[in-house]
Design a protein around this ligand. Structure first.
Ligand code: PEP
Ligand code: MG
Length: 601
């Protein structure tokens, strides 16, 4: 049994498919001059097999990815035919009597270093291609048996050193039983996507793994406990089969709550909205009774393609989403790339600290061409439903005002073109930087709503990279500093009478529910998989103790204490009929809370 970090709940059981990292370690072998001809023969065989394999992969993926996306494989074939690359390999073998694999390895290193030194994104990409193709060739030369593709018809548990969001987009949910990665964090975007897909996921195994997991190993993943079993005993398998069955039954029971109102027992209504990144997820959200979409992460429309999506393409997606929601709110967040979300075709400078770097609104305010294209698509789709615009990573009034100026320009252009759209689209911002919290009194005067993004807020307040498994134990959304920031934001929003919601991952954590009651937050937006679990807890809760609760929570000196107080309230909410009668007789909930996602203003 190996312990990691549980990043997406549920239990998965099945055979591992390990994505090879291809980091070879072999001796610097010399050959005899009489073996040279044989060594060349080996090299040519290796090249032939590599080419066959690349052609086969291209054929398999062309239907899934399309012709344009599979051009990369043509580039790989071209490298294996490139005379400069091949002359270098042959030269090392002939002049230095080195074995074929040693010559290939040295050639890869030489070209990769050369291209990497150039300050040119295109050449850096080529360096990656050479590494990829060279590694494939090495695999054939060394006779390594790793498979490079997951089996097509068999389900598998995907194991990798690291996954990136653009790889996740291609995973077939029906085949991917679970995910295990050596690196990564609980609030990384890969983890968020795994939760959205309902795929159990354990991250951060690296340090605890004595021997690497092999393709074909039988794995059990416990995404709640963050545990992975490798080739477990029959007793463990039996235990998990039982757990899996009760987990499935719990899901069935939760589904029965989908159409019930989201209300505490004493009548305080909540809006439990969904965080989505695609129409597919929106459909799931609707099935689970979401009150709307509190966060549409639009960056996923921009991934796994060769160019930016155009205005028309985006417009169609936003319009479809608005129509599917039939009047329920749809908060569209403008492009939030950078950090762990990367676009192959958007050349961004190499950065020491990507999370503190060039990302989100910072890019869009420079690349107003991209910003305007997206805003035009959003504004045009506003006639089809209840659309709201949200800017990510706002740190100052200037940024907000500049973004709004671009929005005004877009509206003016559309007006002159005679396009129809709603003129009063609500505009809000993510509160996810400490700076935004500290000036939330000023920001609140110029926006229609706040949405608190605790995923980034926690990383910036505590200086803990949300992607880094080595500091994952310090990533703490219940830290007293975060509670104070939430309170400050809510108070400032309330003073201006604007709406405030929470859309970070903590919104979907059932343990936090008494905290929302204490703060008077009734709008939450969470990953689709969490909606019914939160609802199930909510409908057993009472809201009458809010101010007392906050008094206790704000006096906590540590997150351990915060969690104890929350737990205490959660237990007290297993309400007795007598207590409920008392509450009803005293008039029930009377919180004066501005709502966000339920109304279109
Ligand atoms: C957040 O930062 O809390 C958030 C919701 O945005 P993302 O996770 O996409 O950065
Ligand atoms: Mg964020």
């Amino acid at each position: 049994m190996v312990r990691g970090i549980g990043a997406s709940s549920g239990i998965a059981m099945g055979k591992a498919f390990v994505i090879p990292t291809w980091e070879w370690d072999f001796p610097d072998k010399l050959i005899d001059v009489t073996d040279l001809a044989y060594e060349f023969e080996r090299l040519y065989d290796g090249i032939r097999s590599s080419k066959d394999e690349i052609r086969q992969i291209k054929e398999e993926f062309v239907n899934v990815l399309g012709e344009e996306q599979t051009q990369i494989f043509d580039a790989h074939l071209a490298i294996l035919e490139d005379p400069v690359f091949m002359n270098e390999v042959q030269g090392i073998m002939q002049r230095q009597y080195k074995a074929a694999e040693v010559a290939v390895k040295e050639t890869i290193e030489k070209f990769v270093n050369m291209f990497d030194l150039l300050d040119d994104g295109y050449m850096k990409e080529r360096a990656l291609d050479i590494k990829d193709v060279g590694n494939r060739l090495l695999k054939h030369l060394l006779g390594a048996l790793e498979e490079t593709l997951p089996p097509k018809d068999e389900p598998y548990v995907l194991v990798a050193k690291e996954l990136i969001p653009s790889q996740m987009v291609h995973l077939d949910v029906n085949q991917t039983l679970g995910l295990v990665t050596m690196m990564g964090g609980k609030t990384s975007h890969v983890a968020i996507m795994a939760r959205a897909m309902g795929v159990p996921y354990v991250v951060g195994l690296e340090e605890h793994l004595a021997t690497p997991i092999q393709t074909g190993d039988f794995l059990i993943i416990d995404g709640d406990e963050g545990i992975v079993y490798i080739n477990p005993s029959e007793t463990v398998v039996k235990h998990y089969l039982k757990l899996k069955e009760s987990w499935r039954q719990e899901q069935d029971q939760l589904m029965q709550l989908a159409d019930l109102p989201s209300q505490t027992m004493d009548g305080l209504s909540y809006n439990l909205a969904a965080n989505i990144s695609s129409i597919k997820e929106l459909e799931q959200a609707i099935v689970k009774g979401a009150s709307g979409v509190g966060l549409f992460r639009t960056e996923f429309l921009y991934m796994n393609r060769a160019t930016f999506p155009g205005e028309e393409e985006q417009y169609e997606v936003y319009k479809e989403a608005a129509e599917k929601l039939a009047g329920k709110p749809l908060v569209i967040r403008t492009l939030d790339v950078g950090g762990d979300k990367h676009l192959d075709y958007l050349e961004l400078p190499e950065e020491e600290n990507p999370s503190l770097g060039y990302r989100a609104i910072r890019i869009m305010l420079d690349r107003t061409d991209l910003f305007k294209t997206q805003l035009r698509a959003i504004v045009r789709s506003s006639s089809y439903g209840c659309i709201k615009i949200m800017y990510p990573m706002i740190s100052s009034l200037e940024e907000l005002r500049r973004a709004n100026e671009v929005l005004q320009e877009v509206k003016e252009e559309l007006r002159q073109e005679g396009a129809s759209f709603k003129d009063d689209i609500p505009v809000g911002i993510m509160i996810e930087l400490p700076a935004a919290v500290m000036i939330s009194d000023l920001l609140a005067q110029e926006v229609d709503f706040f949405s608190i993004g605790t995923n980034d807020l926690v990383q910036y307040v505590l200086a803990v990279d949300r992607m880094n498994e080595h500091v994952a134990h310090l990533y703490d959304p219940y830290h007293p500093s975060i509670l104070r920031m939430l309170k400050m934001t809510v108070d400032n929003a309330r003073k201006q009478g604007i709406q405030v919601s929470v859309c970070g991952e903590i919104a979907g954590d059932v343990r936090a529910l008494p905290l929302w009651i204490a703060l008077g937050i009734t709008d939450l937006s969470m990953s689709v998989a969490s909606i019914l679990r939160v609802k199930s807890r909510l409908i057993q809760s009472l809201s009458t103790d809010a101010s007392n609760m906050w008094k206790q929570l704000s006096a906590c000196t540590s997150s351990v204490r915060v969690l104890e107080v929350l737990e205490h309230y959660a237990q007290n909410e297993a309400v007795s009929p007598e207590r409920l009668r008392d509450v009803n007789e005293s008039g029930g909930a009377n919180l004066d809370v501005p709502r966000s996602t339920s109304s279109c203003m």
